[in-house]
Ligand binder design. Structure first.
Ligand code: DP6
Length: 325
């Protein structure tokens, strides 16, 4: 059976950084994100009895760096479905890979939904989220719809994401400024391992529960300024931890920093916008819909900005009928 799924990437408002279990990908803390309408992965999977090995094509490349990680994920699906067949997988992103736009989130969410269905399984949203998490942590948040929370479970069965609000709840937008198409030097997976080497890590652990609860309150109240201040401070805390890890992780480029500083200038001019950044150089500008056009104009004037992608809150991963092969 050939099955195809499409899944959104997501932007974390409260970040997943550090794992309390590396193999199971249990995060140090619960976290909150929004699925992104303009950053999608589409994946087609078919299990074929005559195949001697898995054939995996990622963005047109057959021998990609991510191939083994995808095979490990197919093995998880095969173990649950109790099948041995190898698979043909073709997957495509509609955005640059490995620059910090969370292609692993959309990639493993799409692979989870397509592969499990192609293997004959019918899994619940919770089961899909648990399975996606084992491929890439942030992928578990791309399974449910809209704004999602990855619950801080202590075991594999209790560590999954749920939808907090559907896409139409609030017209929050994420205007992504692409400041370089180069791949980031250090992957998130490698970066997570360094978290505990930062002297600020204990401080972060200490106040995470309170941060999550505040974030949920500001979302419930649609209190944009309070929400914006919180998520910008959270992004800076994430980068403070990365900057002070051993070895240090420095993802910003001059373009990233320029926009970070401009964001404050724009706020002083009365434009309600806040930034967040993941592991990578690209910067996510979070605003409400009425601000988007003005922001796009401002960004277009900045030399380092190569591309702008406007996202609204999106549905989670789902099956579609249009196959890639
Ligand atoms: C900074 O989900 O990419 O984007 O589980 O090793 O695949 P793995 O890590 P990944 O880490 C994402 C880190 C982040 C923050 C976030 O998205 O919450």
């Amino acid at each position: 059976m050939k099955k195809t799924a499409v899944a959104p990437s997501n932007i974390a408002f409260i970040k997943y950084w550090g794992k309390k279990d590396e193999v199971l990908r249990l995060p140090e803390n619960g976290n909150i994100s929004m699925n992104l309408s303009g950053l999608e992965t589409t994946t087609t999977v078919e299990f074929i009895t005559s195949y001697k090995e898995d054939s995996i094509e990622i963005n047109g490349i057959v021998e990609s760096n991510e191939k083994n990680r995808a095979i490990d994920h197919l093995d998880r699906v095969r173990a649950i479905a109790r099948i041995q067949d190898k698979a043909k997988v073709v997957t495509k992103n509609n955005f640059p890979t490995g620059t910090g736009l969370s292609s692993s989130a959309s990639g493993f969410a799409a692979l989870t939904v397509a592969a499990s269905k192609a293997a004959g399984l019918t899994l619940s949203e919770k089961e899909l989220s648990i399975l996606a998490r084992q491929g890439s942590g942030s992928a578990c948040r791309s399974i449910p719809s809209g704004i999602t929370e990855w619950l801080d479970g202590e075991t594999s069965d209790t560590s999954f994401a749920v939808s907090l609000y559907p896409p139409e709840y609030w017209d929050l937008c994420d205007v992504v400024a692409i400041v370089s198409v180069g791949r980031k030097d250090i992957s998130s997976t490698s970066g997570h391992k360094l978290t505990a080497t930062s002297p600020f890590f204990e401080m972060r652990r200490f106040h995470m529960k309170e941060k999550i609860s505040l974030c949920k309150t500001f979302l419930a109240d649609k209190n944009f300024p309070a929400f914006g201040e919180l998520i910008e401070a959270e992004a800076l805390e994430l980068h403070a931890i990365m900057l002070t890890s051993t070895p240090s992780l420095i993802y910003w480029t001059p373009g990233t920093l320029r926009i970070m500083k401009l964001c404050k200038v724009w706020r002083n001019e009365g434009i309600p916008v806040y930034f967040t950044i993941n592991t990578g150089q690209d910067i996510h500008l979070i605003c409400e819909k009425p601000t988007v056009e003005l922001l796009k104009k401002k960004l277009a004037e900045i030399e380092e900005v190569k591309n702008i992608i406007v996202n609204t809150s999106a549905p989670g991963a789902h099956l579609i009928d249009h196959h890639l092969f």
